[in-house]
Design a protein around this ligand. Structure first.
Ligand code: HEM
Length: 122
């Protein structure tokens, strides 16, 4: 239920998830290089990713065109299935690392896998 208390709890937990996720993702050479080459502002990215993930949790529609649009716009480059696999694996491991609630975990991973399809070149 998206009441104020659950929102606060989620926000804290998702902040932790995003911190751990990018720390882990940057251990992967491709992501380290890509972020560097694009001059990504990591703090800005983390704060946007945090808002985005919270929006995914709060949203009960299966496919949300706005979310798809946002992911497509910010990933004008295409990526390979291998890199997509690494991103999702690191996300799963980070969720495990912070013991994220199972229901939220499943909901997020389902949506993230769907969103990933919009930026992967087969
Ligand atoms: C291999 C897959 C992916 C790569 C290489 C990648 C890479 C990046 C990069 C480089 C940025 C920074 C963009 C910029 O400011 O220039 C970014 C931003 C972002 N990515 Fe990804 N990403 C991947 C997958 C995903 C997926 C599956 C999602 C969906 C949950 C996602 C959500 C976001 C969000 C929300 C932002 C911030 C958007 C904004 O600034 O408004 N990414 N990503």
């Amino acid at each position: 239920m998206a009441n104020r208390e659950s929102l606060n709890l989620n926000a804290e937990k998702i902040k932790e998830l995003v911190e751990v996720f990018y720390q882990n993702l940057l251990q992967e050479q491709y992501f380290k290089d890509t972020f560097k080459a694009r001059g990504v502002d990591l703090n800005l990215l983390k704060s946007r990713q945090q808002s985005f993930i919270l929006a995914l949790i709060m949203d009960d529609t299966e496919v949300n065109a706005n979310h798809q649009q946002q992911v497509q716009t910010r990933h004008s480059f295409n990526t390979s299935p291998e890199n997509a696999h690494i991103w999702i694996r690191v996300m799963e491991e980070s969720m495990e690392e912070i013991s994220l609630d199972e229901t939220i975990r499943t909901k997020l991973l389902t949506k993230m896998r769907m969103l990933m399809k919009t930026i992967v070149r087969d």
